[in-house]
Design a protein around this ligand. Structure first.
Ligand code: 9MG
Length: 277
């Protein structure tokens, strides 16, 4: 299966690793904006050296309680890093819900828009549809506010709800003229879901694969893993690798991870063992 993006057609016949570059105050900003930009650019270089197939660059923390930056602040954080990433010969994704940042990133030749709100903000669908060839990751989130999404999330059947939501968003985009070959889907692990909901989404991932589009999943260092093993985010490497492999075994095409080198190595061994297609 191929995923059409702005400059690259991504071959998904083997699992791909999307490396996370967070340009948020809790990541690189300790020494001020200039140093933060330099550090984030160096992080992009490092992830590519480690074997990342795709870079995903974002400036809004979606952790519950995190301060939401203004649109201009988000652009100022992300764009200088993204412009550098676009020189590195891998597809570059912009992780944003802001239509203004989507347009600026696409003008700078970004390949993919990764929107945790699945283009539901006014103007977002238009920013992508008017581009003509960028890839899009449509993710499920309960509601559209990360600050509120973990307040007693409830579903009759979480997998059915996520599946229906993704199908509806996919149809809306196609209706707006976005070719289906540009779309990948994402269940949004941890976005308005309890631990049990997240594990249901893993165990019944095949139902999402049946929607017919590539699946991207992000389990890396998330609290569902931490609660299972009783470890802080910085100590969740082994659990993150295991979750990535389990998701790929169940048909996921792209894993979004912090720890690129370890994930690439684990996938190489696992593929060689004959377990993965
Ligand atoms: C930005 N972001 C944080 N977690 C994510 C996930 O699981 N998937 C996608 N697509 N983006 C995410």
């Amino acid at each position: 299966m191929l995923w059409q993006t702005t400059r690259h057609s991504v071959d998904l016949s083997r699992p791909r690793v999307m490396g996370i570059v967070n340009v948020t105050p809790d990541s690189f900003f300790d020494g001020g904006r200039h140093l933060a930009t330099d550090a984030a650019r160096a992080h992009c270089d490092r992830l590519v050296q480690e074997g990342a197939d795709i870079l995903d660059i974002g400036g809004e923390s979606t952790r519950p309680g995190a301060h939401a930056p203004s649109e201009q602040e988000e652009i100022d954080r992300v764009l200088p890093v993204l412009e550098h990433a676009c020189t590195l010969n891998v597809p570059v994704s912009v992780d944003t819900s802001s239509p203004a940042l989507m347009r600026a990133a696409l003008a700078a030749r970004a390949d993919i828009v990764n929107d945790v709100r699945a283009l539901r903000r006014p103007g977002a669908l238009d920013a992508v549809a008017s581009h003509g060839s960028c890839g899009v990751c449509l993710m499920h989130m309960l509601g559209d506010d990360p600050a509120a999404m973990q307040q007693a999330p409830a579903y009759d059947d979480v997998v059915a709800a996520v599946s229906t939501f993704l199908q509806e968003r996919m149809h809306t985009l196609q209706h707006a003229g976005v070719d289906v070959g540009r779309l990948v889907l994402d269940p949004g692990i941890g976005f308005g879901k309890t631990q049990e909901h997240n594990w249901q989404l893993m165990q019944r991932q095949s139902e999402l694969i049946r929607l017919g589009r590539p699946l991207l999943v992000g389990w890396s260092r998330k609290s569902t893993l931490g609660l299972l093993i009783g470890r802080e985010a910085s100590e969740r490497l082994a659990a993150s690798i295991a979750a990535a492999l389990a998701a790929v075994q169940r048909g996921a095409h792209i894993v979004r991870v912090h720890d690129v080198a370890a994930t690439v190595d684990a996938l190489a061994v696992w593929r060689r063992s004959g377990l993965v297609a």
